[in-house]
Design a protein around this ligand. Structure first.
Ligand SMILES: C[S@@+](CC[C@H](N)C(=O)[O-])C[C@H]1O[C@@H](n2cnc3c(N)ncnc32)[C@H](O)[C@@H]1O
Length: 286
């Protein structure tokens, strides 16, 4: 079996089941501490296909809760292991403060832009999540994985794919049973592919619809995860056995005309630099 999942709180669950330094990548999307189970009232969403029982965390416990689960993540990550945390803005400060209490190191702060924000007339419309990318410090040969060319032959295309503002697609399939706030697998795929290798172990503390699990398993990773809501656990865990394991994506070749154009441009820059080096800097006082 290439996955282990538990219907229990991730804090106790990690303590009980996950060894120190054993996880290569954590991708997780904690409850936001904003009464998540009542969100549909604001979003005017049809909740008839949403699994009931989403567990949120009371605001007055959010700070301690964040510290507890993030400390466990620090313990279980291998040296050089990566963690991505998805957060709204309301309680972002608690998550950032908790991360700063650990020895984890910040790598990037990404913004995921979505187009399903609630309309508002007296203020701006919220249309982004924060994605915090941190790592456990490297140790010897155990370093952070970052496959910057996992699907490209050329840095330029990978550059465009790796901008710190990312689009977050909505995963809408009519009639499909889903978790509240379920993320899109296409969105998660990118983080799994850049930040882990086949055979690595991926962990999600807050499984929800087990989207991280399906994505990780699909690309030959192992998976460990937790979900406190029994309804969600019972609804989504059976499907993990049916995930079809796919080969790595085919690399995308750059258009030869575009590549030739870029090469000419780079050559031009190289010549300009060489020319500037040869010129002696003018003496402003002569
Ligand atoms: C934002 S949702 C995760 C959504 C998930 N990424 C997806 O794509 O479906 C957060 C989930 O954490 C669960 N949860 C809340 N507290 C938990 C805890 N202490 N341990 C494990 N799961 C918990 C909630 O029931 C909810 O399903």
């Amino acid at each position: 079996m290439n996955y282990k999942v538990y219907n229990q709180s991730c804090i106790e669950g990690m303590r009980e089941h996950v060894k120190d330094d054993s996880i290569d990548l954590i991708f997780t999307d904690p409850p936001y501490g904003i009464d998540g189970d009542g969100l549909d009232v604001h979003y005017h969403r049809d909740e008839s296909t949403v699994v009931p029982g989403y567990v949120d965390v009371p605001l007055d416990q959010y700070k301690e809760f964040s510290l507890n689960w993030i400390r466990e993540c620090e313990r279980v990550l291998r040296p050089g292991g990566s963690i991505y945390i998805v957060s709204g803005y309301t309680n972002l400060h608690h998550i950032l403060n908790a991360l700063h209490e650990t020895d984890l190191e910040e790598v990037n702060h990404l913004i995921a832009k979505y187009t399903f924000g609630v309309n508002a007339t007296k203020k701006w419309i919220s249309s982004h999540y924060h994605i915090l990318f941190w790592q456990k410090p490297d140790k010897g040969s155990q370093k952070r994985t970052f496959n910057h060319l996992y699907k490209w032959f050329d840095n330029k295309d990978s550059y465009n794919d790796r901008l710190s503002v990312q689009d977050m697609p909505r995963d809408y399939k009519p009639g499909q049973i889903k978790n509240k706030n379920q993320l899109s697998e296409d969105f998660i795929e990118k983080f799994i592919m850049y930040s882990s290798n086949r055979g690595d172990t991926v962990l999600d503390c807050f499984g929800g619809g087990f989207t991280t699990a399906r994505t990780a398993l699909r690309y030959g990773r192992k998976f460990v995860g937790f979900e406190l809501n029994k309804n969600a656990y019972d609804a989504f865990v059976p499907g993990l056995a049916d995930v079809e394991i796919l080969p790595d994506p085919e690399k995308i070749t750059v258009d030869p005309v575009e590549l030739a154009k870029r090469q000419r441009m780079r050559e031009g820059w190289r010549k300009d630099r060489a020319k500037r080096k040869q010129q002696t800097s003018p003496n402003l006082f002569e």
